[in-house]
Design a protein around this ligand. Structure first.
Ligand code: NDP
Length: 514
């Protein structure tokens, strides 16, 4: 490398480092007390505590904070601290000095959701923390429990006066999916939360939204002038959004038997991806402006008439098969799954967005378990050129351009276009231009770190708003009812082998991913 190139490269690296440092943390949250309900569970040990620890590592926690675990399990604060230390000590490069600091602000309150007594004790604990740790009256209540107790928690918090906000303080509630299991139950949950919290206090998490590459979709579309003019029915032939898993139902059969793939993946993550690809440009990069545009997409979804079920919805269920060289059970053989279960573990849906921009462009939305590879990918397939002057000379059809956004496990964007293949004979060859986030601008925040940070900062951009939740349920509930009521469709739940790419009728659409 000559001196000038080395200088330019060094400048570019410095610039990237500056941008990264600026992007990772822009603002330190105000002091607050975080309370995690269901703190004896898996989510707390596996996701929330590591996320809080990592935020502490890079200065993302407030200067003054406390973390209080609350659950029915009878634990003392010391026992809770020991549990959390054990769970955390498996972290890479675990910093015991840093953990000691966090641990000194970690507390536990045993309570029952049916009684106010434990909630009264929690309030006293938080009042004491305000005096001792200067957490002010800022409180965040994270519901890491099954949704069946959301109502009881919100009600008890209201009863003991913990939901009230003063001009200089906040009280926020963080709710994990699922937000109901159909439109009526989503509305019921909302009425319950609404009785004690205003919409600006409710943070409905979709941790998918907090992934860097998902957040990038809006940046990519609206910070580059070259893509937006072609992002419509005139240039785009179809869009495919897919999230495939290699995992089966694991230990979650109790939940999954009731949910199935449509409730588990479509009502939340897949609908969010669809909205980000299809939304109109918001006038401002602000939570409600962006969420307004998403809601407009959901409002434009063409309802599923019964006669469309056969053409536009393919459901499947995995049977026994081979994954990575190992034999695996079929869904019906998994522990706690009914031997005649009709729960779909795969769905491919053709969705139409009935507005000016997207008229006639199909969106293929696909998700499933026990599929060959784990990928989350968006494919935007552009139309072929309107007239090919090369067809007669070259005897070749020219494939349209294709934009692929890989969200997981790859984090990349690639664009495929045609070039002249080298040689005397005129010949076209598709080539791909790629950007890999790993080689881009350093590491971002993990999804739960981002979610917790935004919640402390009060930024609702990455959280579901109630109108969107209801619009999506409004779209999906009739489909779920048709599937559940209509024996005909149920009988056509297509089996597929674990380790394959899904049921044969879906393969044509699945192929659009590659
Ligand atoms: P768990 O099943 O581990 O439950 C968490 C805690 O809730 C338990 O330790 C238990 O604490 C309490 N609990 C369990 N059942 C009941 C009940 N019937 N009534 C009252 N309390 C109960 O859940 P997770 O930690 O895995 O998840 C928590 C929430 O987050 C769930 O809503 C889940 O859907 C969601 N989620 C979880 C993810 C994960 O990776 N784990 C990912 C995405 C979402 P105790 O008995 O001490 O009260």
């Amino acid at each position: 490398m000559d001196e000038t190139t080395a200088h330019i490269t060094a400048q570019a690296i410095r610039k990237t480092e500056e941008i990264t440092a600026h992007c990772v943390l822009t603002q330190r949250p105000a002091p607050c007390a975080l309370v995690i309900f269901g703190a004896s569970g898996d989510l707390t040990a596996r996701k929330l505590m590591p996320a809080l620890y990592n935020l502490a590592c890079n200065g993302g926690l407030p200067e003054a904070y406390t973390i209080t675990g609350a659950a029915r399990t009878d634990l003392s604060t010391d026992q809770f601290r020991t549990r959390m230390r054990e769970a955390m000590s498996t972290q890479d490069n675990f910093d015991t000095a840093l953990w000691d600091q966090i641990e000194s602000r970690l507390f536990y309150q045993q309570l029952d959701y049916d009684e106010s007594q434990g909630f009264g004790a929690l309030k006293t604990m938080l009042d004491n923390q305000r005096e001792e740790f200067s957490t002010r009256d800022n409180r965040i209540f994270y519901l890491a429990t099954p949704p069946t107790v959301y109502e009881a928690i919100a009600t008890r918090l209201g009863q003991v006066g913990l939901t009230h906000e003063k001009a200089s303080s906040f009280a926020r509630i963080v709710v994990e999916k699922p937000f109901g299991r159909d439109l009526p139950s989503a509305r019921h949950l909302d009425i319950t939360l609404d009785a004690h919290f205003a919409e600006h206090q409710i943070f409905r998490i979709d941790h998918y939204l907090a992934k860097e590459t998902i957040q990038n979709i809006l940046m990519f579309r609206f910070a580059n002038s070259i893509f937006e003019p072609v992002w419509n029915r005139q240039y785009i032939e179809y869009v495919t959004c897919a999230s495939s898993e290699q995992l089966g139902v694991e230990h979650r059969a109790g939940y999954y038997e009731q949910a199935g793939v449509l409730r588990d993946m479509f009502q939340n993550h897949m609908m969010q991806i669809l909205a980000l690809v299809a939304a109109e440009p918001p006038s401002l990069f602000a939570a409600d402006r962006v969420r307004d545009e998403k809601s407009k997409v959901y409002r434009s979804l063409r309802p599923f008439a019964p006669e469309r079920l056969r053409d536009d919805l393919i459901l499947g269920q995995y049977g026994p098969g081979t994954m990575n060289g190992k034999a695996v059970l079929g869904y019906r053989q998994e522990p706690d799954v009914a031997p005649n279960s009709k729960t779909p573990t795969f769905a491919m849906m053709r969705v139409w967005v009935d507005n000016w921009r997207w008229q006639g462009v199909p969106f293929h939305i696909m998700s499933g378990k026990r599929l060959r590879e784990k990928i989350t990918r968006i494919v935007v397939q552009f139309r072929e050129v309107p007239h090919s002057m090369f067809r007669d000379v070259l005897g070749q059809d020219i494939a349209g351009n294709r934009l692929v956004m890989d969200i997981h496990p790859e984090n990349s964007i690639s664009l495929t276009f045609q070039t002249k293949a080298p040689g005397a004979k005129p010949c076209l060859s598709p080539v791909t231009m790629s950007f890999d986030f790993a080689t881009g601008s350093g590491e971002g925040l993990d999804a739960y770190e981002k979610v917790l940070l935004d919640c402390m900062l009060g930024d609702q951009m990455l959280f579901w708003r109630q109108d969107s939740v209801e619009l999506c349920w409004g779209f999906l509930t009739p489909i779920l009812e048709l599937c559940e009521e209509c024996g005909d469709v149920r009988e056509h739940l297509h089996p597929y082998s674990a380790g394959s790419w899904g049921p044969p009728p879906a393969l044509e659409m699945v192929n659009t991913l590659f």
